[in-house]
Design a protein around this ligand. Structure first.
Ligand code: ZN
Length: 293
């Protein structure tokens, strides 16, 4: 089934909720970057969280998430939008560590804990929101929970899970974000805390094949959640030959002339989707003409 996200309200509107099945989306990133399991879990969790942060935006707004903890995986970068598109990569996609003490993929060890989680929201008209919080465990869900608390002052609970098969492909990926609104009553908050303390880890729910709606039902009990809308989710990269051409033109006529002299052509590759774009000598000369016009 194609990936999708649901957005809703719980306990009479005092809590807002998001849940997503991101299995194919994370699977696409794994295939493109030939990621090893620990890398897949880290990138997949940040993409799953990122697409839900994207769903909190409107119109053409975008959000970039970066976690850089000094671990062997290197920085992980994800960007997403309000329309369910998300892309992501890690500097070292072929990273895999031994399982941690709990027998789980050691995402925290791969990401590292010496650094920050950054969230940059591009709200259009040159309006940016930048938030940062120190990495707590490098396990991503915990780091996002902490980010919401300290940087956006929204008490939240984040669950993210990615299951990797023995052939390195993605078996299942998904997650939830639950946020307490300012109008929430103490009673609703304590009910929520009780539910969250008693549910199984999101990775187990994913393994059982639960849909986004079913994950929310596990958390709140069926009668307490109202689903407001559903949105398809997919791996999406907005790179293009034209966009990279603008980057090359930014080098200036002199440097492009040097590339023509030395290489006779140019090649660029998108970090997010690994698509490569080639520019012939003629295309590079046309750029110089345009710059000098
Ligand atoms: Zn791309």
């Amino acid at each position: 089934m194609a990936d999708y996200l649901v957005r809703g309200l719980a306990f009479d509107g005092s809590i807002r909720v998001f849940a997503v099945d991101s299995t194919e989306t994370v699977g696409e990133a794994q295939k493109r970057h030939k990621m090893w399991p620990t890398a897949t879990a880290a990138v997949g969790r940040l993409m799953t969280g990122g697409v839900m942060l994207g769903a909190m935006l409107k119109g053409d707004d975008k959000v970039v998430l970066k976690i850089d903890g000094g671990g062997p995986l290197g920085p992980v970068l994800v960007d997403s939008n309000a329309n369910g598109g998300v892309r992501g990569y890690a500097k070292n996609p072929q990273t895999h560590l031994d399982l941690n003490a709990k027998g789980k993929l050691d995402v925290g060890g791969a990401v590292g804990t010496d650094g920050m989680l950054s969230v940059i929201k591009d709200l259009g008209m040159r309006d940016f929101f930048t938030g940062q919080s120190p990495i707590v465990s490098g396990e991503i869900a915990e780091d996002l929970t902490y980010y919401f608390a300290v940087s956006e002052q929204v008490p939240s609970s984040v669950g993210l899970g990615v299951l990797v098969d023995t052939d390195n492909s993605v078996l299942a990926a998904g997650g939830f974000i639950v946020q307490v609104m300012p109008n929430a009553e103490e009673e609703a908050i304590s009910k929520l805390e009780n539910r969250l303390a008693s549910i199984e880890p999101v990775s187990k729910m994913i393994q059982r094949g639960l849909s986004p709606e079913a994950i929310l039902n596990e958390i709140f009990g069926g009668d307490n959640v109202e689903i407001l809308d559903r949105m398809p989710v997919k791996f999406e990269c907005n790179c293009s030959k034209e966009r990279f051409a603008e980057g090359i033109m930014g080098l200036g006529a002199e440097e492009i002339g040097q590339i023509i002299d030395e290489e006779g052509k140019a090649e660029t590759q998108c970090h997010f989707c690994l698509e490569t774009y080639n520019y012939s000598k003629e295309e590079l000369e046309a750029m110089i003409d345009e710059l000098q016009a």
